[in-house]
Design a binder for this molecule. Structure first.
Ligand code: DP6
Length: 329
């Protein structure tokens, strides 16, 4: 018998950044993070468990995938099979309705959708908290895409054991957020440094890593407080501090995600703010800039950012909902 389920999940963008892992197995973040889940863009994933053992079969955007992407999927499905006491190989079909070079991480929505579909297909009656923990083990930012609106992922305990549970939790619903995100795409090339490796390199090489680990928790707490108080100017200031500290820390390890167009888009955001617009920026593990702005100002901001030399295009996103099962088969 095929046990099938399908799920949908959306990408998220961190305002206070996760950068760095605990030095134990299990993918535990060394610092807390807070993100906004996006609407519009989505990953849709269908998982079916068969009865026969054997290698899983993955189709990514319609094409058969092997190597690392398949290995990461199988790693999560092995946890699900162990919990559900099933052994059959799985068929996984997953597709993003946004291009890979869209400037948005597909691992967050991808592993969130996979975790929801796989646990449902396997018949596990897990709540979102357990599913978020499962997603985190594959990619920590994916834990946050389980929930909509503003979402927090705490840091792992100082020395967690591999089976310690750590999940994200909702902070404010999407309906409470009058924000838009303008994603400024600055290149179509895949990112130069994958985040897991880049985090390892930062921890090994950056003389600012200790300073980052000290700073990130207090930045995160202040940012969360400001968001709960509806003080978006303060949120913006702290989000920029978090992004610049993370990238400064990476720069001190000898690499940078920033390109000329990244700096120009940031200057444009600063210029708009000087003219009185409540807008702020963040940058993830790539050269693209994400600008956060109150919805009323989004069209003018998008126009200005589109005109920045080196910005290839912009995508406008609203706050979105958490991951969900779309249909039982
Ligand atoms: C800069 O979640 O991709 O986007 O856990 O190694 O898969 P892994 O890392 P990942 O890292 C995201 C880093 C970031 C900041 C953030 O999303 O908080």
């Amino acid at each position: 018998v095929n046990r099938e389920a399908a799920a949908i999940a959306h990408p998220n963008i961190a305002l206070s950044k996760y950068w760095g892992k605990r030095a134990v197995p299990g993918n535990f973040p060394a610092v807390p993070s807070l993100s906004m889940t996006l609407s519009g863009l989505a990953t849709r994933t269908r998982v079916g468990f068969g009865n026969e053992p054997g290698p899983d079969e993955l189709r990514l955007n319609g094409e058969r995938a092997a190597g690392e992407p398949l290995a990461r999927v199988t790693e999560m499905l092995d946890r699900v099979r162990a919990a559900a006491r099933i052994t059959g190989r799985a068929k996984i079909e997953t597709a993003n309705d946004f291009p890979t070079a869209s400037g948005l991480a597909s691992s967050a929505s991808g592993f969130a959708a996979l975790a929801v579909a796989a646990t449902r297909a396997a018949g596990l009656q897990w709540d979102s908290w357990r599913v978020s923990d499962l997603a985190r083990r594959s990619s920590a930012s994916a834990a946050r895409s389980l929930f909509g609106g503003l979402v927090e992922l705490p840091a792992g305990e100082f020395a967690p054991s591999e089976d310690t549970l750590l999940a994200a939790r909702p902070v404010l619903p999407a309906s409470a957020l009058d924000l838009r995100v303008i994603v400024c795409v600055t290149t179509d090339a895949p990112k130069a440094h994958g985040s897991s490796n880049a985090m390892r390199k930062t921890a090994e090489k950056s003389r600012l890593y200790g300073a980052w680990l000290n700073l990130a928790p207090s930045l995160h707490e202040s940012l969360k407080e400001a968001a709960l108080a509806g003080d978006w100017m303060r949120v913006g200031e702290l989000a920029e501090d978090s992004a610049l500290a993370m990238h400064g820390c990476a720069l001190a390890a000898g690499f940078s995600y920033f390109r000329d167009a990244t700096m120009m888009a940031i200057e444009t955001v600063r210029g708009l703010r000087q003219q009185g617009m409540p807008i702020f920026f963040t940058v993830d593990a790539g050269p693209h800039v994400k600008a956060f702005v109150e919805s009323a100002h989004a069209p003018r901001a998008a126009q200005a950012l589109n005109d920045v030399p080196g910005v290839l295009r912009t995508t406008l996103c609203a706050p979105g909902d958490g991951a969900a099962v779309v249909e039982d088969a």
